[in-house]
Design a binder for this molecule. Structure first.
Ligand code: ASP
Length: 228
């Protein structure tokens, strides 16, 4: 019910001893902190997307529903000139999920991890894969061992591939049939955007002293998630 959930997360960090508040309790906390609770977070676009989905799917067949799912996550890292590191992942979560599903975005070590001594990593894409491999934590640990952000992310992506064994998650080439992307920055300002699969949507935004740009991401696997 809150339009800026990452700001509520910051209040949890600033005003409580806890790491996670969820569900109704989280909403009550947000209200107490002065956030406006709205009854419907849909935009006109998301409402139309929902309507399309509703027309196509039978709610009893969650696993069989393989139509393209809508995602809407943003991960953002920052490093100051002094080397202080920050990161945030904000999301509505996977669209049309089973109510109650918790994705990777709010879970430290999965969708987002920051260590001010090392750097930050975060993710968009299939949250379940990140939850299974705690990929953002792995990325920061790899950087702690001296890896460049790109190599740290590639290591995490390889772990995800190794952990993806269920047939329903594999394409015809035996590779994951989903996309995951990582956004990584080190304490010294090195950065990388690395995806499981490349392609026209695999870009990331960087803003450094030289100005903003949107380079193509590096990627682990040739071809597409669907196996093409
Ligand atoms: N990672 C998000 C989730 O699983 C989805 C996304 O990146 O859009 O909820």
């Amino acid at each position: 019910g809150v339009r800026t959930p990452s700001l509520v997360a910051r209040e949890v960090m600033a005003h409580t001893d806890h790491h996670l508040l969820v569900g109704e309790g989280a909403q009550r906390f947000a209200r107490q902190m002065g956030f406006t609770i709205v009854p419907d977070l849909n935009t006109e676009h998301s409402r139309r997307e929902w309507l399309k989905w509703k027309q196509k799917t039978d709610p009893e067949h969650y696993l069989d529903f393989d139509d393209e799912r809508a995602y809407g996550t943003i991960h953002c890292n920052g490093v100051t000139a002094k080397g202080d590191v920050a990161g945030v992942t904000t999301t509505s979560g996977l669209a049309w999920k089973i109510p109650g599903r918790v994705g990777d975005s709010p879970i430290l070590g999965a969708g987002n991890f920051v260590d001010n001594a090392v750097g930050a990593g975060g993710s968009t894409g299939r949250g379940e894969a990140n939850l299974f491999s705690l990929a953002s934590f792995l990325i920061v640990e790899e950087m702690r061992r001296g890896a460049h952000p790109k190599d740290a992310a590639l290591t995490a992506l390889k772990r995800i591939v190794a952990n993806t064994v269920e047939k329903r998650l594999l394409n015809g080439r035996g590779k994951p049939n989903f996309q995951v992307k990582f956004y990584v920055v080190s304490k010294t300002g090195q950065h990388a955007g690395v995806a499981l699969y490349g392609g026209s949507d695999a870009t990331y935004a960087v803003c450094a002293a030289s100005g903003p740009r949107t380079p193509a991401m590096d990627y682990l696997i040739e071809g597409t998630a669907s196996g093409g």
